[in-house]
Write a protein that binds this ligand. Structure first.
Ligand code: GLP
Length: 242
């Protein structure tokens, strides 16, 4: 496990983008796993900048997003589909048919989840999975007490996650209480993991993830078993490690 500590959010984002772009340069038709949330926004901005400077080419890249809210359609400004389009896909040369986000509106959620897993397998699995982390240690929307061998599935969000995410909605009542998330299994089967965290609010989750025992109460702790993990933090998120 490599732990890199950046001075600030900008440096963290630049380094994250450099790692993602290295993967794309080494394997132009690679499969990326992508995260949403406020953490990777700077990384997406930097990847767009690299693309505009002709230093990045996404034309052959395939992507699978980690998660989506249950019950929000793609046009909803709070959906992760909308987030990915506005913050990344609309600004680069990725082919839309190569981008995948769990469908939070499917009439048959179990079937949609099964197809999502199948599609990942058909593409040969994920080369590089970018992860954020919840303050309660969740990855994707795999909440504490998650099943470590779970596949893509519907999850009930925990109170603290609904609270954390309510900042993007008009009120806590409007914040979705369910989501579709890639399971821990597909995440851990990715060939390389890149976990990003910034800000003091993540320090405790990062400490438990890296130094604690591997347990379902801290879903991210499972990454300790992975042979190729890079943890990229700003100083604030790394506070309890120093
Ligand atoms: C959300 C997402 C996660 C994300 C996490 C942290 O609940 N489902 O994929 O990593 O919260 O979000 P943020 O980066 O905004 O702190």
């Amino acid at each position: 496990m490599r732990v890199l500590i950046a001075d600030d959010y900008h440096e963290m984002s630049r380094k994250a983008a450099a790692i993602v772009n290295s993967q794309v340069l080494l394997k132009p038709d690679c499969v990326l796993g992508l995260a949403t949330g406020s953490t990777p926004l700077g990384m997406y901005r930097e990847l767009i900048r690299l693309y505009q400077n002709q230093a990045a080419d996404f034309s052959k890249v395939t992507t699978f997003n980690l998660d989506e809210y249950y019950g929000l359609d793609k046009e909803n400004k709070q959906s992760y589909a909308y987030y990915m389009n506005t913050h990344f896909f609309n600004h680069i040369n990725i082919q839309r048919e190569n981008t995948h986000i769990p469908d939070g509106l499917s009439a048959d959620i179990n079937e949609a989840c099964r197809r999502y897993e199948q599609r990942i397998a058909e593409k040969g699995g994920i080369d590089l999975m970018v992860l954020g982390i919840g303050t309660n240690g969740h990855i994707g929307f795999n909440e504490p007490d998650t099943n470590f061998i779970a596949e893509t599935h519907r999850v009930m969000l925990k109170k603290e996650t609904i609270q954390d995410n309510s900042r993007f909605f008009k009120s806590a009542e409007e914040t979705p209480t369910m989501a579709i998330s890639m399971g821990i299994r597909a995440i851990v089967q990715s060939r390389m993991l890149l976990l990003l965290a910034n800000g003091e609010a993540k320090a405790d989750a990062i400490y438990k993830t890296l130094k604690g025992t591997i347990r379902p109460e801290v879903p991210a702790s499972i990454i300790q078993i992975h042979p190729n993990v890079t943890i990229l933090l700003d100083r604030h998120a790394a506070k309890l490690l120093l």
